[in-house]
Design a protein around this ligand. Structure first.
Ligand code: PHE
Length: 359
């Protein structure tokens, strides 16, 4: 075949292909044109390439160059068509979206019921003059036990009743990983080895505040505490406490009872609130009481309280002859559950939106 004929055929092919691609209006037409011109088996480009074999030998290089130019041009036309159609698909989608339609109502989220309870408690205690402070959830034995008058031999320190964390010391070869060695006893040992645990009570924060602030003190601390209890309707290995601490000259148990009564009155919005104290024991308070509140004809347990033990005041450098104070620790979930009539604490932490959305 003469070179001139080959070139003329290719030019015609390029024109036709470019026109075809430029005029397709939808994806189906584009696909049809693509197969017709660039199809790998029976496409017109393929056929032209086969024609290359019939060109005179001397003209082959020129013919090959021409073929490549046309191939590139046809492919470019195909790509341009693809882009044009994709762009118009986007425009169509944009035009189909009507922003003035009301649509489905949004489902608004809200605070978790326990978080709501905490916020309410902070608010009420704030009005009673108590400042909210925070403390770490990972504690050392000094703040969780020792300074709270809980000596090393005390059963509350049993590794099975606390979440001790594996520290470098407890994991060292040859050492026991069952937590601290109780035999070492005094605070010095606890401080030197520093076994760590997840705090089992918010009373830790009392110590941290008193260590760093001279009296008077009037604080609350709200947060998570951890105990290795098996989860059931009334127990969960993590729960929240509200801790209150008031230290000043001449503070008495009457002040404690008044504050707790005012707190419960405001929280539950009741006029007739009675607070009952039952004798109890906590190493860090003397005397110690269990606090109950009248509730639907019976008594509801709120938590523990008492007058801060002189040993605790001394441990933080206060003079028990100068100042006295009270402390209390109440269960947040307990209050939240009673308020909403929730009977299983686990429901609060399953994060089932159908349950949580009710509060
Ligand atoms: N820390 C005690 C507990 O977790 C509660 C408490 C706090 C008791 C303050 C007395 C004073 O059970």
């Amino acid at each position: 075949m003469a070179l001139a004929d080959f070139v003329a055929d290719l030019d015609a092919l390029a024109d036709a292909a470019q026109q075809a691609f430029a005029s397709v209006a939808d994806a189906a037409a584009l696909e049809e044109a693509r197969v017709e011109y660039t199809g790998a088996k029976a496409g017109k480009l393929k056929a032209a390439q086969q024609g290359l074999g019939k060109v005179d030998k001397a003209d082959k290089p020129a013919a090959g160059k021409k073929f490549n130019e046309v191939k590139t041009a046809v492919e470019a036309a195909l790509e341009a068509a693809q882009q044009r159609l994709a762009g118009s698909a986007k425009t169509q989608a944009r035009e189909a979206f009507d922003p003035t339609l009301p649509g489905r109502p949004f489902r608004l989220g809200h605070l978790h019921p326990v978080t709501q309870t905490i916020a309410d408690m902070k608010d009420i205690m704030g009005r009673l003059g108590f400042t909210a402070v925070e403390g770490p959830e990972i504690e050392d034995e000094w703040h969780n036990f020792e300074a709270l008058n809980i000596p090393a031999i005390h059963p509350a320190r049993d590794p099975l009743d606390n979440f001790y964390l594996a520290t470098a010391t407890t994991l060292a070869p040859g050492s026991s990983n069952r937590g601290p060695s109780p035999a070492k006893g005094p605070a010095a040992a606890a401080r030197e080895e520093k076994p760590l645990l997840l705090r089992s009570q918010t009373s830790t924060v009392q110590i941290r505040v008193m260590e760093s602030t001279p009296p008077p003190v009037r604080i609350i601390s709200l947060g998570r505490v951890y105990r290795p209890d098996t989860a059931d309707a009334t127990h969960y290995p993590m729960f929240h406490q509200i801790e209150g601490l008031l230290i000043d000259r001449g503070v008495t148990m009457a002040d404690l009872k008044s504050v707790l009564r005012l707190f419960c009155q405001s929280y539950f919005g009741k006029d007739e609130v009675h607070i009952r104290f039952r004798p109890s024991f906590f190493p860090f308070t003397e005397p110690s009481v269990e606090v109950d509140m009248n509730w639907q004809g019976g008594w509801m347990e709120m938590g523990g309280a008492g007058m801060v033990d002189p040993n605790v005041l001394r441990a933080v450098g206060y003079d028990p002859e100068e100042v006295t104070g009270f402390a209390f620790g109440l269960g947040v979930e307990r209050v939240c559950m009673r308020q909403h009539g929730i009977t299983d604490i686990r429901a609060l932490y399953e994060n089932d939106v159908r349950f949580l959305s009710q509060f």
